[in-house]
Ligand binder design. Structure first.
Ligand SMILES: Cc1cc2nc3c(=O)[nH]c(=O)nc-3n(C[C@H](O)[C@H](O)[C@H](O)COP(=O)(O)O)c2cc1C
Length: 218
């Protein structure tokens, strides 16, 4: 073997080892969430009494168990036999995806697998809204309608139902937060074209609303 070929082989080997070590060329793996705690919480009537919007957030992260419970309450699978969810959806489309923007990156909630699928490895919280607290709070949820799942619904019906379905999920989040003493506000003030670009959405994905969740400032 010539010197030239030997050098080439060692270069290839070094590159392969570097890629394996750094995890390059591999799909980012789903991040499993702890099983949701589906018992407990405060009584419903007290929670309704306390439900409110708050724009006062600390930067403290949500621990994985809290994030799992929050997402399950929002739109988790509550009837595994049928795959149905904690919020109703028109024609059982289940067309709303919850994207979760945290300090660590952007994820999409996979309700069936109870996991977060990585979408972007960067902090995009600041792009999820026009208000200053969005970049500091623990999590910004972005509700995205997958229009491919809305059957043959036309423009007006599609817009109405995707908005209604998002509202039901957002209210679940409000109630969960009221139960847990978390701050929360649902937001329509979102630069949708800019955020869709940042999130690398497909043309048939539509941002409906965002919702910020986090611990209140002490
Ligand atoms: C569809 C929708 C869009 C909203 N958009 C915003 C928003 O962009 N920014 C914000 O701070 N609050 C937003 N809110 C929260 C409302 O301002 C809030 O719900 C209202 O003032 C009543 O307060 P409460 O939630 O404490 O009852 C929105 C609420 C809804 C339902």
């Amino acid at each position: 073997m010539s010197k030239h070929v030997l050098r080439l082989c060692s270069l290839v080997m070094i590159t392969l080892i570097a890629c394996a070590t750094l995890g390059l060329g591999q799909e980012p793996r789903p991040v499993p969430l702890p099983p949701p705690e589906t018992s407990g919480g405060r009584p419903l009537m007290q929670v309704l009494k306390d439900r409110q919007s708050s724009r006062d957030f600390s930067s403290q992260k949500l621990v994985p168990q809290m994030l799992s419970n929050l997402l399950w309450a929002a739109f988790g699978v509550n009837r595994p036999d049928s795959g149905k969810r904690t919020a109703a959806s028109a024609m059982n489309w289940q067309e709303i995806d919850i994207y979760v923007a945290t300090q660590d990156g952007l994820y999409i909630y996979d309700a069936k697998a109870n996991a977060l699928n990585p979408v972007l490895g960067q902090d995009v919280r600041g792009a999820t809204g026009t208000q200053s607290f969005v970049k500091e709070a623990a999590a910004d949820l972005v509700f995205v309608a997958d229009l491919a799942k809305t059957g043959r619904a036309g423009g007006e019906e599609q817009a109405l139902y995707t908005a209604a379905d998002t509202g039901l999920i957002a209210q679940n989040v409000y109630l969960f937060c009221a139960s847990e003493g978390l701050s929360v506000v649902v937001r329509g003030s979102v630069d949708r074209p800019a955020l869709a670009k940042v999130m690398k959405l497909r043309p048939n994905q539509k941002i409906i609303l965002a919702q910020t969740v986090g611990y209140p400032k002490k």
